[in-house]
Every structure is written in structure tokens, then in C-alpha cells.
Design a protein around this ligand. Sequence first.
Ligand code: APR
Length: 179
Amino acid sequence: MASPTVSNRIQLVQGDITRQEVSAVVNAANSTLLGGGGVDGAIHRTGGPAILEECRIIRASPDYKDGLPAGQAVITTGGKLPAAHVIHTVGPIWHGGQQGEPELLANCYHNSLRLAAEHQLASVAFPGISTGVYGYPKKEATSIAVREVCQWLSENQFPQTVVFVTFDDESRRLYEQEL
Ligand code: APR
């Protein structure tokens, strides 16, 4: 049977990422990995302390003693979330677009997808990384997200499905346009 086209493997949902029934949800973390507001706050609040415990273990390792650099991703348990795993990635803070933000944002998606593939996860849900507190313009961020995911899915079997989770109407419309 022909493999489903890329578009059949992408879903768009408006709602709370903590409620998504997927193999992994992606957290829009900060480099401390110790929690925050927005998506980060919701994931830790709903997923419970097991997530933070694993984040602390990651931070204690030599590789991440100074924190998780922007663009990189790590994976932990999903704790009490419907999702078995959380992939934590640190988006770039928007400074006008001339300090490597686009590349760093693309790396967030690429490295999160690479982790999902390494764990042969069936499905991964992404929030709009960096489009909240970090101030990344939603239109540009959405086109990077869709481009990176389509590219990855066209070349890789895993994850089988990617869910873009939007939290507001503007974001939903932007994803609808891009997709
Ligand atoms: N489910 C889905 N999407 C959400 C949710 C949620 N529960 N909460 C917020 N969002 C949306 C926001 O509307 C925004 O579009 O996710 C996007 C990312 O917003 P933030 O969570 O603010 O993430 P980001 O912009 O990457 O900033 C990261 O914020 O919470 C802190 O610790 C975090 O320092 C880090 C920074």
C-alpha cells in the first residue's frame, strides 16, 4: 500500500495541548527546564512532579549543567498527561529576526521530530513554539513549523502523525493557510 501522503499525516487541533492523546507532546520550555508559564506551566501542572524530576536529572548531567540551549530538545515521561512522553524544546526569543531566530526555531522542530523518530513514536503534538512569551511573529513561526514538519515527514516514517495544536483563532487561521 502506498504510504499516506504527508498531508494525511498532519492534523490541526485548537485546544489545550495537555489534553492531546498522542505519544508525545512538545513543551515550549525555557533553558532551565524547571518550568514556567504558558505551555510549560500547563504541562508541569497537569503532568505532575514526575516530569520535573526527570528534567532535574537531565539538568544534573554534564551536557546540560548550563541549561538546554535554544533549538535543542530532550525527552521525559509525560507523567499524568494522556501523552506518555514530553519532548522539551527551547524556542528562540524574538529579537527582530537578525540573530538566528529562524534557524533556531527550525531546529526546535527538527530536533523534536528526530527524538520522536528515535523513539519510534506514533504521534507528536506541537504548540506554537516561541509565539507566546518569546514573541516570535506567528505568521513567520507557522511557516517555519509547517515547512520543517512537511520536510521531515516526507523523508521519515516516524512519527507517523503530527498534530499542530493552536490556542487561539489567529494561530488556527495561520496554520490553515499554511497547510
Ligand atoms: N495549549 C496549547 N497552546 C498553548 C497553551 C496550552 N495549554 N498555553 C499557551 N499556548 C500557546 C500560546 O498561545 C502560544 O501561541 O502556545 C504558544 C507558545 O506560548 P508560550 O507557552 O508562551 O511559549 P513560548 O512563547 O515558547 O515562551 C516560552 O514561556 O512559559 C514560559 O517557561 C516558558 O520561559 C518559557 C517561555
